[in-house]
Design a protein around this ligand. Structure first.
Ligand SMILES: *Cc1c(COP(=O)(O)O)cnc(C)c1O
Length: 240
């Protein structure tokens, strides 16, 4: 790779300060929940963020980055250090599934059995194992992707036949809310679904709960998040 140049020290300083604030918030939330801060991984969501600013966050110590579009993520990956742990967090169209396999440490957004089957076929060809989370539409909003909560058990049964996929847990996106406490039930709901699934499928290790973003990650941590996906609090507002 070529090291992306950060624009003077400006990006680096601004992002270092934002990161410090996010890490403080994360540590305080973990403490409130009686959990060690290192039980929560901060994923910096770098969608729409140019490589120079992503690199500034890397210099600030971040190693986990999340992208929501394969066609944006893959070119960025070639410009950034090899030890970055890339997370796919966005909806994946079936025809893009082939590009996901082998390029992400964890795919959070598996939202249909059909997509899982497509990933499985591609992973067989590539002879790789694909770590995934299942996205669950806990809030039930029509605009959201994800398995309905009452479809999760059937999905896990279907996926148990897909040997190339390793299910490591669940992911959800909470609705936009006036206050973070308004969506606590969504995060609690995901945790309860995970606990039920873990009991019903004892051979699976459903350790991960990917939940919580800039506006609500502290509440998500209080409810058991192991992976928080934070964009704006680290990189600032995205262009609309
Ligand atoms: C954009 C995005 C995030 C980050 O959102 P912020 O509000 O910027 O923290 C998290 N998860 C998903 C799935 C996203 O698309």
């Amino acid at each position: 790779m070529q090291r992306p140049r950060t624009q003077g020290n400006h990006d680096a300083l601004e992002i270092a300060q934002r990161l410090q604030a996010v890490r403080d918030r994360l540590a305080r939330a973990a403490e409130r929940a009686g959990r060690p801060a290192d039980s929560v991984t901060l994923i910096a969501v770098s969608k729409t963020v140019p490589p120079s600013r992503v690199y500034a966050a890397y210099l600030g110590g971040v190693r986990d980055f999340g992208e929501n579009r394969v066609e944006e993520a893959l070119p960025k990956q070639t410009e950034l250090p090899d030890d970055i742990i890339w997370h796919m967090i966005g909806h994946i169209q079936s025809r893009k599934a082939r590009d996901v396999v082998g390029h992400f440490a964890l795919t959070h957004s598996v939202d249909t059995v059909h997509l899982a089957e497509t990933l499985q076929r591609r992973a067989e060809t590539a002879e790789v194992q694909v770590p995934i989370l299942l996205e669950v539409n806990v809030s039930g909003e029509a605009s959201k992707e994800g398995f309905a909560p009452d479809a999760l058990s059937a999905a896990l049964t279907a996926l148990s036949g897909l040997s190339r996929l390793t299910v490591l847990g669940l992911m959800t996106v909470a609705p936009i809310a006036a206050t973070p406490d308004d969506v606590r039930w969504v995060f609690r709901g995901l945790r309860e679904l995970r606990d039920q699934a873990a009991a019903a499928f004892p051979s699976l290790r459903l350790d991960h709960l990917s939940m919580g973003m800039t506006d609500d990650f502290e509440v998500a941590i209080e409810e058991g998040a192991t992976l928080v996906r934070v964009g704006r609090a680290i990189f600032g507002e995205r262009p609309t």
